[in-house]
Design a protein around this ligand. Structure first.
Ligand code: ZN
Ligand code: ZN
Length: 297
């Protein structure tokens, strides 16, 4: 369906296409439009390292499905979150921590292409080789990425940015990602303490750029306590709130009316139960399984 056909559907159709929760109800023709002119994210996990836990009471390890095409981070926690009939075969990793990087889980869903920072390429190849041998699976292609390099997957351009998040491997540089499609510029920032200056400059959200640099944001808030000692590697809700306040005030984040900023990577024990009641608008806590259609203003 082209744009003209879509416009013929009228205001009710346009309204349906703008919704984020009507996915199951809207006609398939409008669904096509939504895929064309927006960026769809499915949160397959929104938790921190402790994950869903043995009793299944926590949040799954943080993981997203982007535009039904590829995944960022994936563990066994989210095996039940892949939509039926979908076989995403490409994965990007933010870093090597076990709540994000688990080769055996990726091999179970048939991943063929793996993108991750060049700084821990050798570590990843070794881990994947071992997992592939154990599972009797084919070794996927592992592609090293570099800060600021643009990678096109389907209709989405993925740009790795620097995160502020150390791992046990001193050489490793953790990454956050800028995801772009049809005017949508979404920053997916986990795990990281704030947005590092180099990334802010490259993304276009610091003082060096006029106008907006992003129009959609997902950022981690591991804890709700601003004085938590994870300060040097993770963000808290107040770091996210401050980031959003500054970006909105200076026009660096420019969202369409009603669009929300979502927090993820929440440690269940470090947040209150009524988390959304503690968050200032437009910030919302993501939930496992939540699908959001992001649009450009
Ligand atoms: Zn993590
Ligand atoms: Zn981590």
């Amino acid at each position: 369906m082209d744009r003209r056909t879509f416009l013929g559907i009228g205001a009710a159709g346009a309204l349906a296409a703008a919704g984020t929760t009507l996915e199951g109800k809207i006609p398939s023709a409008i669904k096509d439009f939504a895929k064309d002119k927006s960026l769809k994210i499915k949160f397959m996990g929104t938790g921190a390292a402790s994950g869903i836990g043995k009793k299944g009471l926590g949040r799954r390890h943080s993981s997203i499905l982007v535009n039904d095409d590829f995944i960022i981070d994936f563990t066994d926690d989210s095996l039940d979150m892949i939509p039926e009939g979908l076989h995403p075969d490409t994965i990007f990793y933010t870093h090597s921590h076990k709540d994000h990087f688990q080769p055996s889980a990726a091999l179970k869903i048939g991943v063929k292409k793996v993108y991750l920072s060049n700084t821990w390429y050798d570590v990843a190849v070794k881990a994947y080789r071992q997992a592939a041998e154990e599972a009797g699976a084919e070794m996927p292609e592992i592609i090293p990425t570099y800060f600021g390099m643009e990678i096109k997957v389907g209709e989405v351009t993925v740009t790795p940015m620097l995160a502020n998040h150390p791992t046990e491997n001193l050489m490793e540089q953790a990454q956050i990602y800028l995801l772009e499609k049809d005017g949508v510029r979404l920053l997916y920032a986990t795990d990281t303490s704030g947005i590092p200056g180099k990334s802010a400059r490259r993304i276009g959200i610091d003082k060096h750029r006029e106008g907006y640099g992003i129009n959609a944001l997902i950022m981690e808030a591991t804890s709700s306590d601003p004085d938590d000692f994870r300060l040097y590697c993770h963000s808290s809700t107040d770091i996210v709130a401050k980031t959003v306040r500054v970006l909105l005030k200076t026009g660096r984040l420019h969202m369409p009316e009603g669009q929300k900023v979502y927090i993820t990577h929440m440690a269940k024990s470090l947040h209150p139960k009524n988390i959304n009641e503690t968050l200032p608008d437009p910030i919302r806590a993501a939930e496992d399984g939540l699908e959001v259609v992001f649009r450009a203003p």
